[in-house]
Design a binder for this molecule. Structure first.
Ligand code: ZN
Length: 173
């Protein structure tokens, strides 16, 4: 497996609406495995294909946080939110494409998601807690939406300016 470089905001590829996956090739399975490895290595709890520059509808996540608990890697092709709860939840979110910036974001507390798994089978599951927040954050990426897009413009622009500075510094090194 190969670690893939993670794109940093701002990047036009992070603002694209991604294309659905129509046939599940071995190439896409390898890509999904690489994404999981890249996510665990970061470390993070979710990663979307556009974050590694591939504008296809593919996300991976694993929100198991308990020490010693078995990992639960999920690979989702073409994930879709079928239903969202009226109840809402606030989590402090971060993003591997916007390192070191965090903000409290309010989202539906529970979601029903349908997707195609690594084997090509259709799956459906209800998520709550951190899983619900994470899967919504990752699906947002497939529509070119970042968590900072939910913030007030002034804060969003401040974070973007800091990220531009960070990218300039990294480009110089
Ligand atoms: Zn993210």
């Amino acid at each position: 497996m190969t670690l893939r470089p993670i794109l940093l905001h701002p990047d036009p590829r992070l603002k694209k609406v991604c294309d659905p996956v129509s046939d599940l090739s071995d190439e896409l399975r390898v890509l999904a495995d690489d994404m999981l490895q890249t996510m665990y290595d970061a470390p993070g709890i979710g990663l979307a294909a556009p974050q590694i520059g591939v504008t296809r509808r593919l996300i991976v996540l694993d929100c198991v946080k308990e020490e010693g608990a078995a990992p639960r890697p999920l690979i989702m092709f073409n994930p879709e939110i079928l239903a969202s709860s009226d109840e809402r939840n606030v989590y402090e979110e971060g993003c591997l494409s916007i390192p070191d910036h965090y903000a409290e974001i309010e989202r539906p507390a529970g979601v029903t998601v349908r997707w195609i798994d690594r084997a090509g089978d259709e799956r459906q599951e209800d998520f709550d807690g951190l899983w619900a927040t994470c899967v919504q954050h990752e699906i947002d990426h497939l529509n070119g939406v970042l968590f900072i897009d939910y913030l007030k413009p002034m804060r969003r622009h401040m974070i973007t300016r800091k990220m531009q500075k960070l990218k300039r510094e990294r480009a110089r090194d």
